[in-house]
Design a protein around this ligand. Structure first.
Ligand code: DOR
Ligand code: ZN
Length: 431
């Protein structure tokens, strides 16, 4: 399909994060990959009926693991971006814990090139903070920035050394890059495989306390105040961390954070049956944490919903809980999980969509995340009621490690456009 004139007709045009928020029944006209008009009765050579559906900016995920290079048996850029398109995402930011690690220009360039060759959606790499993610010396941040990284992170591991973190902040500030912390004090975590609390005690799995996360965030915020650098907390999982970020924002610090759909939807009770698909880092927490995260998302303390899409093969997952690799798939279930909160009335639909579009775009300073006239036509059409039964066959991702497997969820992307071109079309609307 060429990116010529196309009209999406009669949808709910919904862009709650725009400077002037949009929520109206209208048509969207796209020409040469851009949104050129929003209004009624628009015409074009091709007209797609999207009545009863939502037209939103293409979703943006700040946190995915695409596993290429090096672990293509779990996922690669082609399958990972196909899963993204199926989930309604048009931009994904990929973490550097590949093999080799994305800690230098050559690896960033490789990711960018592979994404251009085989990627279904936009891929924006995140560079490592330290060489080899070893926490010892800084990576080649300047070179990676030239090659296209949008942030730096040692995700999967925290930066434990405060002195090194200070230098990393100073570097990041020079290049105006956000530093993304995987907040987990390893001395407090002591290798705990799940949340430390009543459930871990009952089932006899060593836990890690909530303060392993929040104490590192508290420390980091002191260094943010000192350096003035941009700080982004990955996958916030505890009530205390959310409270710290809320307070830091009130004080005007350049701080942002994200939450995953799984930390909103599940608690440590899900680990009761030793299902390794529920093992993630940070671990699933308590109902009180879950409630605090929803509140923080509602009041804008949390800027973005990010999946932490973490594909693993049976080799890493079909083992004892303690030995299993942490992580679960996220790209294809994020939207239905979040829309479920909207249906239940526990999350405002404007906040839900904002945190998947304009919120993440602003957080990393990415283009997109808007339906403004003139913007690139990265657009997702959502059917808020359409069921999705998650089966191994229906998953586009190479790996199948989702605790939602076998469940029927509702609300999903039915059409994903990248620069006006279809990259996912559930019902074959675009001929
Ligand atoms: O659950 C997780 N999986 N947390 C991380 O921080 C890393 C990720 C992975 O790479 O599998
Ligand atoms: Zn992480």
């Amino acid at each position: 399909m060429d990116p010529g004139d196309l009209v999406l007709r009669g949808g709910r045009v919904f862009d709650p994060a725009a400077q002037r928020p949009i929520d109206q029944a209208a048509d969207v006209r796209i020409t040469n990959g851009r949104i050129v008009e929003i209004g009624r009765g628009l015409v074009a050579p091709r007209i797609i009926d999207v009545r009863d559906l939502w037209i939103v900016p293409g979703l943006i995920d700040l946190h995915v693991h695409l596993r290429e290079p090096g672990q293509e048996y779990k996922e690669d850029i082609e399958t990972g971006t196909r899963a993204a398109a199926a989930g309604g995402f048009t931009t994904v930011c990929c973490m550097p814990n590949t093999k080799p690690v994305n800690d230098q220009r050559a690896i960033t360039e490789l990711m960018v090139r592979r994404a251009r060759e085989v990627g279904a959606v936009r891929v924006r790499p995140i560079g490592a903070i330290t060489q080899g993610l070893e926490g010892k010396s800084l990576a080649d941040i300047a070179e990676m920035k030239e090659a296209g990284i949008v942030a730096i992170s040692d995700d999967g591991r925290p930066v434990m050394n405060a002195g090194l973190l200070r230098r990393a902040f100073e570097y990041a500030r020079t290049f105006d890059l956000p530093l993304v912390q995987h907040a987990e004090d390893l001395d407090l975590a002591e290798g705990g495989a799940m949340n430390e609390g009543a459930v871990s005690t009952r089932i006899g799995i060593k836990g890690q306390p909530a303060c392993a996360e929040s104490s590192m965030v508290a420390r980091d915020l002191e260094i943010v105040e000192w350096t003035g650098a941009r700080y982004h907390v990955a996958h916030v999982s505890t009530a205390r961390t959310a409270a710290l970020v809320r307070d830091a924002k009130r004080r005007g610090l350049p701080v942002t954070c994200e939450v995953t759909p799984h930390h909103l939807a599940l608690t440590d009770e899900a680990c009761s049956h030793y299902d390794t698909r529920t093992k993630v880092m940070p671990p699933l927490r308590t109902a009180a944490d879950q409630e605090a995260l929803l509140e923080a998302l509602a009041d804008g303390t949390i800027d973005a919903i990010a999946t932490d899409h973490a594909p693993h093969s049976p080799v890493e997952k079909d083992v004892e809980f303690e030995c299993a690799a942490p992580g679960m798939l996220g790209l294809e279930t994020a939207l239905p999980i979040i829309l479920d909160f909207v249906r239940m009335g526990t999350l405002d639909e404007r906040r839900a969509i904002a945190a998947l579009t304009g919120g993440p775009a602003r957080t990393f300073g990415l283009p997109g995340g808007t339906l403004a006239v003139g913007a690139v036509a990265d657009i997702t059409v959502i059917d808020p009621e359409r069921p999705l039964t998650l089966t191994a066959d229906s998953i586009s991702s190479k790996s199948k490690n989702s605790p939602f497997l076998g469940q029927t969820l509702a609300g999903r992307a039915v059409l994903t456009l990248l620069e006006g071109r279809s990259v996912y079309d559930l019902d074959g609307r675009i001929k």
